[in-house]
Ligand binder design. Structure first.
Ligand SMILES: *Cc1c(COP(=O)(O)O)cnc(C)c1O
Length: 392
């Protein structure tokens, strides 16, 4: 997000409380329009009345999406006269911590599918093994936090349709599109991950990631009105007028919502696409050059999203040391271990953003190579001198 116009708009609305929509009715309209645009971007079928709301980020959005599915499941179980005290949720260990937070805070059993050493997402078969009549939803990610990959959403959807026909369990998918939700529609319009899939009922996306807005704004979009239980929507009248509200927070700022709408109008589909294209090119270039050194293995091989995750091939040092070395040159590149059961694999992740041009990629590459060589020669010295203090 940049430009004096955007900053001015934000400053003009910095004093407005979003919840006061009787006083600021236009802000609510702007939210509705943005929700509508996102529902179209995520290919909601024409016959659906999609609904949604702006949130502080994807975290609040995920909580709201999953709560709705918990309620729907419980209402259905009650109506069938079945017990409803053991809800569970199924997802892979490749999810963001907020999913685990939901399970703990809202008392839902977490069925976390471990990863493998050779695959850092889940499979439809993994999901099939974990679901049962008490599953409120399956979580799937497009653009994972750890490697920038994608769960096989289409395969999971097809498997769930078979289960629905076979056993009568109607299990929704909530797609975590925190990053990928603003990338896939522009770069891969034919990729089936969104509301075109029957079981995908809700999607979250972060406005402050590839939505290109300042923090904090996110969105939860429900495919259809019927996917939000009435019970969870509060109608309040004490601010004047009647308003319905589905959120965890009451008061919040309006400016990021207005900024999101500004970006939608200012950039349009083609503007977003042009930015995503360039980011993707830069990410692919970085991945290609790192691979060419012969020292790194690129984990997200197709580099579908503008994220490059690498592990070291056969170095005498770790990605943690390399990351620390790069910090001395001013680069903050996180190094971490992957989730269970791939947790003996350590990687380094580079997220390519809008303002990260090719000149910066070149300068990063140079610093990575230099740091690598420094560590390598230092390690040789250590072996020679057996003096570990040389290593930081
Ligand atoms: C960043 C992220 C989140 C959390 O989103 P916030 O907008 O920071 O609350 C959740 N899931 C994924 C996959 C993410 O990348």
């Amino acid at each position: 997000m940049d430009g004096p116009q955007a900053d001015k708009l934000i400053m003009e609305s910095i004093d407005k409380n979003f919840v006061d929509n009787d006083e600021y009715p236009q802000t609510e309209k702007i939210q509705e329009r943005s929700v509508n645009m996102l529902a179209r971007l995520f290919n909601a079928p024409e016959e659906c009345i999609s609904m949604g709301t702006a949130t502080i980020g994807s975290s609040e959005a995920i909580m709201l999406g999953l709560l709705a599915h918990k309620w729907t499941w419980r209402e259905r179980r009650k109506a069938e006269g079945k017990d409803c005290d053991k809800p569970n949720i199924v997802m892979g260990a490749d999810v963001h911590t907020v999913w685990e937070k939901f399970a703990r805070y809202f008392d839902v059993e977490l069925k976390l599918i471990p990863l493998r050493e050779d695959l850092y997402t889940i499979t439809a078969d993994d999901v099939a093994e974990e679901i049962d009549e008490n599953t409120i939803a399956v979580g799937a990610v497009i653009g994972t936090t750890f490697t920038g990959q994608m769960d096989p959403i289409k395969e999971i959807n097809d498997m769930l349709i078979n289960i629905k026909d076979d056993k009568g369990w109607d299990i929704p998918i909530h797609v975590d599109g925190a990053s990928g939700g603003f990338i896939a529609p522009f770069l891969y319009p034919d990729l089936l991950w969104d509301f075109r899939l029957e079981q995908v009922k809700s999607i979250n996306v972060s406005g402050h990631k590839y939505g290109l807005v300042y923090p904090g704004v996110g969105w939860i979009i429900f495919k259809d009105k019927s996917d939000i239980p009435d019970d969870l929507v509060f109608n309040i009248n004490y601010l004047g007028g009647n308003m319905s509200n589905y959120s965890l927070n009451f008061s919040k700022g309006s400016s990021t919502i207005i900024a999101q709408y500004y970006n939608f109008l200012r950039l349009g589909f083609s503007g977003y696409k042009a930015i995503m294209d360039i980011m993707s090119l830069n990410a692919k270039y970085l991945a290609y050059e790192l691979k060419k050194t012969g020292k790194f293995e690129v984990i997200n091989k197709n580099t579908t999203f503008p994220v490059v995750t690498v592990k070291l091939k056969d170095a005498d040092f770790t990605v943690f040391q390399l990351s620390r070395k790069l910090r001395q040159k001013g680069w903050i590149i996180p190094a971490y271990t992957l989730p269970k059961n791939a947790d003996d694999i350590s990687v380094m992740r580079m997220v390519i953003k809008e303002n990260f041009g090719k000149d910066m990629v070149d300068s990063l590459l140079e610093d990575i190579k230099e740091s690598y060589n420094d560590l390598e020669s230092k390690n040789e010295e250590i072996h020679k001198n057996e003096n570990p203090s040389l290593l930081y």
